[in-house]
Design a protein around this ligand. Structure first.
Ligand code: F6P
Length: 553
């Protein structure tokens, strides 16, 4: 499925006005009290079973088609009037202006004075820029893309390489890891792909046990090239490779030691490459092959940049382009579809309705797809790091709750774990089912059973069970959204991830949040450094405490 290419004039709009402080948050719009009144009168008591049986057009009316993905909203706790009010609220928030700001490179990341221009990474080769800044950004991006894709092809055809290890964390791990896992059926050339992220040395340590230092390539993925976990793991990996060639190197040392012989220096340069915005730090580490990317690529939006090198090695440059094209198709849909048929917008409006009116504190993601089993982990960073904020983008404290807790597990495994609570527990948790239409490797029967199970869960949540013994009762009227993705191929997966990126952005804009920073993460990082620096081994030993307990004192 291909979406129409926009006319050139549609691509770039002036952006200054978009950061106008008078742009209201959702709770500052005229529709907010109307929504509150609507919730109190009919919203709170909305009965989806009744709505489905009384309005036979509900299913058809509440379906939204986006590239590669169709969603059904009919099993949600909202009426046509709710939808109308939510749409008007989005218009009052000047959402279309914000969407233009995203696409045209406005500095939406106000606390770091940067654009959040990840959509540019997905622009096809013939996508024409309309202004100087975009032309420059596209040119740089294309050079970087061509270089890392060519490198990926070289690794794929290098028979001396059997294993590729991506060392990174957060956005420098989760996006690539989820996509490589989702597209395992497309992984060719027999390379084993590994992802190491954790500070816990067991993560890398257990992998190193399986690896041959002469046949392994390490991809150091870090936008900042300063993230503690990544740097420490990279140092340990480098020391391991040097040790295999009889050179002892302190794994605590950041820079490559001066006395490393030239041959080993070259080995490190051949076997370690970096994808980063901080080339000088990577060079000091001993890396020569560096694939840069612009600082307007946020960490959790970076899999489309050179951070996705592991994906390109796994599936090849051509399929990587297909991944980008799927995301680009979703970008066009997001930018041009009217809000009532705009899937990211509709999902975000539902988020506001459930979080701010019903007060639901979490949302469950249930991909009925083994390949998408880590999607919930990826979405946890995407949504909670982006929108788990306490002040709006102008610095005002927010008085309304923002991002819900996002969690989940692949179906049908989730049915045998926590679905009991979703059916009969006291709190209501909206569920998002994601089901591939086309089957993967299994039999037709397996695929039909998988799909039937997803539908059965959605129905069970809606209908409940009201006969028989009390302990078998299920209240029903529990909301869910069904999303059918065409197939687990690069284009569809690209579209799926772009969909969630845009939904997160829209919800963030309506809440008035800068979705592109993550200052809360810094506090713990800094405290960890202080704790390590202040550690007094003598005191710890004298007190006879384990380190953790002594530090807590
Ligand atoms: O968790 C904080 C964070 O800054 C994420 O936003 C980012 O994806 C991750 O750390 C890794 O950062 P880097 O790519 O700079 O190593």
């Amino acid at each position: 499925m291909t979406a129409p290419q926009p006319a050139l004039a549609d691509c770039v709009q002036p952006t200054e006005a978009l950061l106008n402080p008078s742009t209201p948050r959702c709770d500052q719009t005229a529709q907010w009290p109307l929504l509150a009144a609507h919730f109190a009168s009919t919203g709170r008591g909305f009965d989806v079973r009744q709505a489905l049986s009384e309005d036979l057009s509900r299913f058809k009316r509440m379906g939204v088609q986006a590239p590669f993905i169709r969603a059904d909203f009919s099993r949600n706790l909202l009426s046509a009037s709710t939808q109308q009010l939510l749409l008007e609220m989005a218009q009052s928030c000047r959402l279309q202006d914000s969407i233009e700001a995203l696409f045209t490179g406005a500095q939406l990341n106000t606390t770091e004075q940067r654009a959040a221009w990840h959509v540019l990474l997905r622009c096809p080769a013939d996508y024409a820029a309309e202004n100087g800044a975009m032309a420059e950004a596209l040119q740089e991006m294309r050079a970087s893309q061509a270089a890392f894709l060519a490198f990926a092809e070289r690794v794929r055809h290098d028979d001396t390489v059997t294993d590729v290890v991506n060392i990174g964390i957060g956005g420098s791990d989760l996006g690539p890891a989820v996509v490589v896992q989702a597209l395992e059926a497309y992984c060719s050339q027999g390379k084993r792909m590994h992802f190491v992220s954790n500070m816990d040395g067991d993560d890398l340590g257990l992998k190193l046990r399986q690896l041959d230092p002469d046949r392994t390539v390490f991809l150091l993925a870090s936008k900042s090239f300063g993230t503690a976990e990544t740097i420490v793991n990279a140092q340990v990996a480098r020391a391991w490779m040097l040790a295999a060639h009889d050179f002892d190197c302190d794994p605590q040392q950041r820079a490559l030691p001066e006395d490393v012989p030239e041959a080993l220096r070259q080995l490190v340069a051949r076997r370690f490459v970096a994808m980063t915005s901080n080339a000088s730090a990577a060079q000091a580490f001993g890396v020569e092959t560096i694939f840069p990317f612009a600082d307007w690529v946020g960490g959790r939006f970076s899999l489309w940049s050179s951070i996705g090198l592991s994906i390109a090695i796994a599936i090849g440059a051509e399929q990587f382009q297909a991944l980008l094209s799927g995301a680009h198709a979703m970008d066009l849909h997001f930018r041009h579809a009217p809000f009532e048929r705009n899937l990211p917008v509709q999902l975000a409006l539902l988020d506001i309705w459930y979080r701010n009116f019903f007060g639901f504190t979490s949302r469950c993601i249930a991909p009925y797809s083994h390949g998408l089993r880590r999607l919930p982990a990826y979405l946890q960073q995407l949504e909670m790091e982006s929108n788990g904020k306490g002040s709006d983008w102008s610095g005002q404290p927010l008085s309304l709750p923002t991002a819900p807790v996002v969690w989940g597990e692949a179906g049908t495994n989730c049915q045998h774990a926590f679905f009991q609570l979703i059916h009969q527990g006291q709190q209501v948790i909206p569920v998002e089912f994601i089901v591939p239409h086309a089957k993967g490797l299994g039999t037709e029967e397996q695929h039909r059973a998988l799909q039937a199970n997803a539908v059965a869960q959605a129905r069970a949540l809606t209908q409940g069970k009201h006969s028989g013994a009390a302990h078998t009762h299920c209240p029903g009227n529990r909301p869910s959204t069904m999303m059918v993705i065409d197939r687990l191929d690069p284009a569809s997966v690209g579209a799926l991830i772009a969909l969630y990126e845009h939904r997160t952005f829209v919800a963030g804009r309506l809440w008035g949040i800068n979705s592109f920073d993550q200052w809360g993460v810094e506090l713990g990082k800094n405290l960890a450094k202080d704790i390590l620096n202040d550690a007094d081994p003598a005191r710890l030993q004298a007190d006879g405490h384990q380190d953790v307990m002594a530090w807590l004192l």
